[in-house]
Design a protein around this ligand. Structure first.
Ligand code: SF4
Ligand code: SF4
Length: 92
């Protein structure tokens, strides 16, 4: 099965890299990826775990809400200072 391919406006082929996962042990919940994504793929949620163990600034973490709406642009990964977001090609 062939991977999904795209083309630039100029007709050059490129291979989209779709979001696969967010490493919530690395994510600091800064929201930069959320602001960057134009496809409503991401969602900031409360971090699971014992509230007593979490500082206020650790309470939220990013998650993948609509992976099937991802267009594979990798913008979220480029703005993540923690390198918490993994991408990969995909086949239909
Ligand atoms: S940019 Fe990175 S650290 Fe910030 S919320 Fe997104 S995944 Fe988490
Ligand atoms: S790869 Fe692009 S479309 Fe997919 S989640 Fe990241 S910013 Fe959104």
């Amino acid at each position: 099965m062939a991977n999904i391919m795209g083309t630039t406006r100029g007709g050059t082929p490129w291979e989209p890299q779709f979001i696969v996962a967010i490493d919530q042990t690395l994510c600091i919940g800064c929201g930069r990826c959320y602001k960057t994504c134009a496809r409503d793929v991401l969602e900031l949620i409360e971090r699971e775990g014992d509230d007593d163990d979490l500082d206020d600034d650790q309470a939220m973490v990013m998650s993948v809400k609509n992976a099937m709406d991802c267009i594979g642009c990798e913008a979220c990964g480029k703005v993540c200072s923690k390198k918490a977001i993994a991408h990969a090609p995909a086949a239909l």
